[in-house]
Write a protein that binds this ligand. Structure first.
Ligand code: MG
Length: 259
C-alpha cells in the first residue's frame, strides 16, 4: 500500500510539471548561411551546407533570390557587383564565384545536396524583392522548385516579407513558414497561419513573454543570429526552440549534443 501511495504521488508530481517544460524539446541548432566558418566553405555555399550536415546541425539556413528569368539562386545580397539579381538573367550570373571558388549555387543544386539525408533540415530564406508582384511571383517559383525536389519534406521557409510568407501559406497550407521581421505578436503570427516566429534576439529581449505566448499557441520560436555564449544560454533558459548561429559547434557544445 505504501508503495502504491508513493507511485501515485510520483505520478501526480510528474503531471504537475508545467506543460511548457514537459512537452518542450531541447533547443536545436540552425547554422546561419550554412556552416561557412569551417574550412573550404563560404557563406551560402554548397560546402557550407555539407559542413552543417556533417556536424549534424538540426538545420542549415540559406538565402534565395530569383533572377529576371525565374531561376532561384542562393545569395544573400540583392546584387552581385553592379547587377541586381532580380533584374539580371541567370546566364549573366552563373559564372560568379563565391570566395571559396564555388560557382553561384542554384536552389536546384542546393536541394540536390540536401536530398538523401534527413538529419539536417533546409531552412530556406526567401529574400525580399522590389515589388509585391515580384515577391508573389518569386515565392511561387521557389515553391515550385521545392515541390519538384525529393528534399521537399526537409524544407522550412523563413522570410522578412509578409507578402512572400502569405503566398506560401496560401499555396501550400501545410508548409512550415516562420516570420522574421519582428513586428508581429505571437497571436498575429498564429492568425497568419505561420508555424512560428524567427526574431532577432534583441526583439525577444524586449518581449520575454513571447516565448510562452508563442508556445501556448502551438507556435515555435527561432532566434537569430546568436554567436555569443551568454545570449545562447539566455535563449536556452527561455525555451527557444531553435537558435540560428554562425557558431553551430559552440552551440552544440552548450547543448551537449553527442559527437
Ligand atoms: Mg538569411
Amino acid at each position: 500500500m505504501k508503495l502504491l501511495t508513493t507511485m501515485i504521488l510520483a505520478a501526480a508530481a510528474f503531471c504537475a510539471i508545467p506543460a511548457s517544460h514537459a512537452s518542450q524539446p531541447a533547443t536545436r541548432v540552425i547554422a546561419h548561411r550554412g556552416y561557412w566558418k569551417a574550412e573550404g566553405a563560404a557563406q551560402n555555399s554548397i560546402r557550407a551546407l555539407q559542413n552543417a550536415i556533417r556536424i549534424g546541425a538540426y538545420g542549415s539556413e540559406f538565402d534565395v533570390l530569383v533572377t529576371a528569368d525565374g531561376v532561384p539562386v542562393i545569395h544573400h545580397d540583392d546584387r552581385i557587383g553592379e547587377r541586381r539579381i532580380e533584374d539580371t538573367p541567370y546566364r549573366e550570373l552563373r559564372s560568379h564565384r563565391l570566395s571559396n571558388g564555388e560557382k553561384l549555387p542554384t536552389l536546384r543544386q542546393y536541394l540536390k545536396t540536401g536530398a538523401g539525408q534527413r538529419d539536417t533540415r533546409l531552412i530556406l530564406e526567401m529574400k525580399a524583392h522590389s515589388t509585391p508582384e515580384k515577391e508573389r511571383q518569386a515565392a511561387r517559383i521557389i515553391l515550385d522548385e521545392v515541390r519538384r525536389s525529393p528534399a521537399a519534406p526537409s524544407v522550412d521557409y523563413i522570410t522578412f516579407s509578409k507578402v512572400m510568407a502569405d503566398e506560401i501559406v496560401r499555396l501550400d497550407p501545410a508548409a512550415r513558414v516562420y516570420y522574421l521581421n519582428g513586428d508581429l505578436s505571437p497571436a498575429a503570427v498564429k492568425a497568419a497561419g505561420y508555424a512560428g516566429l524567427d526574431y532577432h534576439h534583441g526583439i525577444m529581449r524586449q518581449h520575454e513573454t513571447w516565448f510562452n505566448e508563442a508556445h501556448a499557441l502551438g507556435l515555435e520560436v527561432n532566434v537569430w543570429t546568436v554567436n555569443d555564449e551568454p545570449t545562447m544560454r539566455w535563449l536556452i533558459d527561455h525555451g527557444a526552440d531553435y537558435i540560428t548561429t554562425d557558431e553551430p559547434e559552440l552551440l552544440q557544445s552548450l547543448l551537449n549534443v553527442p559527437e
